[in-house]
Design a binder for this molecule. Structure first.
Ligand SMILES: [Fe+2]
Ligand SMILES: [Fe+2]
Length: 236
């Protein structure tokens, strides 16, 4: 299974960057849609991704930098399934319906395509408010991998949830937004130790993970740290 990173705060040469995250798994499942639809469309073109091949879009959480491109995608492919948490805002749900999307609520781990699972709603907190979020789990050629949007429930909590619910002992790769940009070095160091204790082989903190966390992950994971950015194709 291959993951194509279509949108990120950083991009490889020839692709556009922007705040947010989006990643395609195989050719049918899209995870998050970045902030700016025009940049997402452009990157999709440049990476030869066809919206007509999509069968579903998973939205990690109801934040603008993950839902921005969704409306243009729904305009181009009516009836597309949108996997959402039951507690997403009423505004989001209404917009999906009005845009012709088919809402599928996920409250527990659900296999949505061959070897691609959504965790379902995990509760997190952001700026004092409860925010539900879900992650994607891929059972790939190299093992089980996890992709996160912002990880507002806490990246370690989310991995713990996945390990418990799906009975996985080790993870091949964890990448996406880890939301560590406001954390101090001590906390980040503890989180990296937790990754090691949970037998995470490769890491790719990106989007809202912050430069400090990326450097710290890189220095402790060495060759198993992946500097994920838009344009990457990752074999999972
Ligand atoms: Fe984000
Ligand atoms: Fe967020």
């Amino acid at each position: 299974m291959y993951a194509k990173v279509l949108y990120d705060n950083e991009a490889k040469r020839g692709l556009l960057s922007g705040w947010g995250f989006s990643c395609l798994l195989g050719s049918k499942i899209l995870f998050d849609t970045g902030e700016a639809s025009a940049s997402l469309m452009e990157n999709m073109d440049r990476m030869m991704v066809s919206i007509s091949d999509l069968e579903g879009v998973v939205i990690s959480h109801d934040h603008w930098d993950h839902t921005g491109g969704l409306w243009e995608i729904l305009k181009r492919k009516k009836g597309l399934k949108v996997y959402a948490c039951p507690s997403f805002s009423e505004t989001f749900k209404k917009c999906v319906k009005e845009s012709g999307g088919k809402l599928v609520f996920v409250d527990r781990p659900m296999e949505i395509a061959d070897n691609i699972l959504v965790t379902g709603e995990i509760r997190g907190e952001y700026k004092g408010e409860i925010i539900p979020e879900q992650a994607l789990v891929v059972k790939g050629d190299k093992g089980v991998s996890v992709i996160t949007g912002c990880a507002h429930p806490g990246i370690v909590n989310m991995l713990g949830y996945i390990r418990d619910k799906l009975k996985v002992k080790k993870l091949y790769m964890v990448f996406g937004g880890f939301h560590l940009d406001t954390m101090d070095r001590e906390t980040i160091d503890r989180i990296i130790s937790d990754f090691k204790a949970m037998s995470v082989e490769k890491t790719g903190p990106t989007h809202c993970s912050g430069g400090k966390a990326r450097r710290m992950f890189s220095s402790r994971y060495h060759g198993n740290f992946v500097a994920v950015k838009a344009g990457h194709i990752i074999h999972l």
